[in-house]
Design a binder for this molecule. Structure first.
Ligand SMILES: Nc1ncnc2c1ncn2[C@@H]1O[C@H](COP(=O)(O)OP(=O)(O)O)[C@@H](O)[C@H]1O
Ligand SMILES: [Mg+2]
Length: 311
């Protein structure tokens, strides 16, 4: 399977500052990748290069196999870019705005009408077609901008902080829209400096800081890479002291401590060992009522792989 986006060793400096430093990653069709890092990490610079709006000093980016340097026009046609800020035109309605951009993309006659109708339907803007852009809520405006980005039916979407400033409901709606895009086989690169914004919507994450990639993969992969042991909270019907003593006999246990009437067990990674621990507890008549692995979430991962100040 070929990548819909392949970023190959790009660097970009502004004077002395190396904003992007040998960045490489790729996105497969039908998947959504979160591009996360604190403010100033190099996300926008990387995305602008991917969107043919800036050139790298080194390296290259391929959109659907087309180089953004050698073949920028073809690359551009295969991609839709949503910048982190964009103007709202006053005295322009939603349908006028979309019609204007559809014309700019060279859509004519009935094809233009049906394409505009399709994107309005897809982004659930039907009730707002007659409204002026300036009167739209932030969430509606984001959807309108996404609708505009979809007009030329790109294979790849590059969205710079689209969830910023959205209320929880608008965020869920955005997530649903992006899911529908990936189900239609599109690739999506979406940036944020706030982890929890992206945690539920991404198949994989690329963590960038100080212009460099700190981690790349599924959240689980990244966790595997940085965490040598896991913690399990165990509570039984018996005394915590007795439970703790029994647990300490089990191979793979690195340490224990008592908390909330139970025991937190630091354990070597590996499902077999965890299953064995539970088996020992049951077979020795300990009657476990809670047995919960404490998973790292995206926020913890981010804190572990980046060193700098997180906004
Ligand atoms: N046109 C520019 N001229 C000078 N410095 C820039 C320019 N664009 C970005 N930078 C700097 O490059 C670094 C990365 O910026 P940016 O890519 O916007 O980060 P992010 O989007 O992750 O917040 C920052 O230190 C920023 O100040
Ligand atoms: Mg940015």
């Amino acid at each position: 399977m070929s990548a819909i986006l392949e970023v190959r060793g790009i660097s970009r400096s502004f004077g002395e500052l190396k904003a992007v430093d040998e960045v490489s990653f790729s996105i497969e069709a039908g998947s959504i990748v979160g591009f996360i890092g604190p403010n100033g990490a190099g996300k926008t610079t990387t995305m602008r290069i991917c969107a043919t709006l800036d050139l790298p000093d080194d390296g290259d980016v391929f959109v659907n196999g087309h180089s953004v340097i050698e073949d920028a026009r073809t690359a551009r046609r295969a991609m839709g870019f949503m910048p982190d800020s964009y103007g709202a035109y006053s005295n322009t309605t939603v349908s006028e705005y979309l019609d204007f951009y559809a014309r700019a993309y060279g859509l004519r006659g009935r094809q233009r009408q049906s394409t505009v109708a399709e994107v309005i339907d897809f982004t659930a803007l039907t009730a707002s077609v007659g409204k002026e852009m300036g009167s739209l809520s932030k969430g509606m405006r984001q959807r309108l901008c996404l609708a505009k980005t979809m007009l030329h039916d790109p294979e790849l979407f590059i969205l710079d902080e689209p969830a910023a400033g959205l209320d929880p409901r608008a965020r869920v709606e955005l997530r649903e829209l992006l899911k529908a895009l990936t189900e239609a086989g599109k690739g999506v690169l979406i940036s944020s400096h706030i982890l929890t914004e992206l945690s539920e919507m991404c198949d994989a994450v690329v963590v960038i800081e100080d212009g460099k990639i700190r981690a790349h993969g599924t959240v689980d992969d990244i966790v595997q890479g940085i965490v040598q042991h896991i913690s399990i909270f165990v509570r039984t019907l018996g005394e915590a002291v007795a439970t703790e003593r029994k647990i300490l006999e089990v191979p793979g246990v690195l340490g224990t401590r008592q908390i909330r009437g139970g025991v937190v067990v630091d354990f070597e990674r590996g499902d077999e060992g965890i299953a064995h621990l539970l088996k020992v507890l049951v077979e020795s008549g300990m009657k476990p009522v809670e047995f919960a692995t404490e998973r790292m979430d995206l926020e913890d991962v981010f804190m572990s792989v980046t060193e700098g100040i997180v906004q």
